[in-house]
Ligand binder design. Structure first.
Ligand code: ATP
Length: 344
């Protein structure tokens, strides 16, 4: 499987992870490799919800898992948190295999270092916004005043100021999801798992919350694993995307790589409607150069769509700067225009 390696220190690593459902799922480990094809497994009424998944996620990375309904996204995410017990494989957090952890250390890991948000999660109907956000802290023994003070901070962070004393029934769907996001952040988790958190929301609210996730993720350099079946959402949020098909990861890459170098027809069909200018970055089109240059500055990390107004303006080549503001290349307007002409 084509896999663009992670470019940061590794935070989470999955090796040979399988999750099998069916009458004799427990006997799966003893199955020889030759008996693990979808056909051979189907004969024995076994479903390979996750099939031999392997990948590494970098610290602070947004790793998006996407694929069609039933491709195994949620099962894989749940395996990573051990909400579902994998049938086989290793899942390492900072080098430690969490599948070997006993109940107590696992609970500790979840409570202290992980935050989770789901599409449908239960808010406590008889508790206010603050009461709901504070709940995990109170469960951990924090006194009510301190827990509420922290909840108040988080309510502000997710834009719920002024609604602290409302009950869930008095909130819109988007506001309820904000409560869920705040609640998942009470312990300031290093690892943030989100499973289709915005699928039930209308597009405008969804875009708002996507921006919120980006902001929260950048502020605290959280390692974020985000499941979605929405390609637009994946492209907006992801550093890298893992595409799943029938339980298998068929490609891992940046949005740009998926669009410009799809590994299979399935991936090609998936990304067919993405305008290249939305994902191709200035760094991919520039001519590398060093030293002083003339021309209007653009960021090497920007997408061609983001700098469209500069590209269409008249003038010579654009001066490309890296994250530290150092000149790293020149962008020819003509070649950028060609990418732009393919749509935004
Ligand atoms: N508890 C279970 N028992 C049997 N089969 C299951 C179970 N959970 C999931 N599956 C099967 O495993 C496969 C993967 O399901 P999963 O929910 O992970 O997919 P998904 O990509 O998250 O789908 P969706 O986008 O619809 O949520 C599906 O074929 C599903 O029917």
């Amino acid at each position: 499987m084509p896999d663009t390696p992670v470019s940061r220190p590794v935070a989470i690593s999955a090796e040979g992870v399988w999750k099998v459902f069916g009458p004799d799922a427990a006997g799966f480990r003893a199955r020889p490799a030759g008996e693990r094809s979808p056909e051979a497994m189907a004969r024995d009424h076994l479903i390979g919800a996750v099939r031999d998944a392997g990948f590494q996620i970098g610290r602070g990375e947004v790793f998006v898992i996407m694929g069609l309904s039933g491709s195994g996204k949620s099962t894989l995410l749940r395996c990573l948190t051990r909400l579902i017990e994998p049938s086989e494989g290793r899942i390492l957090f900072d080098g430690q295999d969490i599948l070997t952890l006993g109940e107590k250390p696992l609970a500790e890991l979840r409570r202290k270092r992980m935050g989770m948000v789901f599409q449908h999660f239960a808010l406590l109907p008889n508790r206010t916004v603050l009461g709901n956000i504070a709940f995990p802290l109170e469960m951990q023994g924090m006194d009510r005043d301190r827990a509420e003070a922290r909840a108040r901070e988080l309510a502000e962070v997710v834009g719920l100021t002024g609604r602290e004393h409302r009950f869930p029934a008095e909130l819109s769907g988007g506001q309820q999801q904000r409560v869920g996001i705040a609640r998942s952040l009470t312990t300031d988790p290093e690892f943030w798992f989100l499973d289709e958190p915005f699928s039930a929301l209308d597009p405008l609210i969804r875009a708002d919350l996507q921006a919120e996730v980006q902001r929260l993720q950048q502020e605290h350099t959280r390692t974020t694993i985000f499941v979605t079946h929405d390609l637009d959402e994946a492209i907006r949020l992801a550093d890298r995307v893992a595409i799943m098909e029938n339980g298998r990861i068929v490609q891992i890459g940046t949005p740009e790589e998926l669009v410009t170098r799809p590994a299979t027809d399935y991936v090609r069909r998936f990304v067919a409607k993405v305008p290249p200018a939305r994902v191709i970055r200035v760094s991919s089109l520039m001519t590398p150069a060093e030293g002083d240059m003339a021309g209007e500055p653009v960021s090497a990390d920007a997408t061609i769509a983001e700098i469209a107004p500069r590209i269409v303006a008249p003038g010579g080549p654009l001066r490309v700067l890296d994250g530290q503001g150092r000149p790293v290349g020149a962008l020819d307007r003509q070649s950028a225009l060609q990418t732009l002409a393919s749509g935004i």
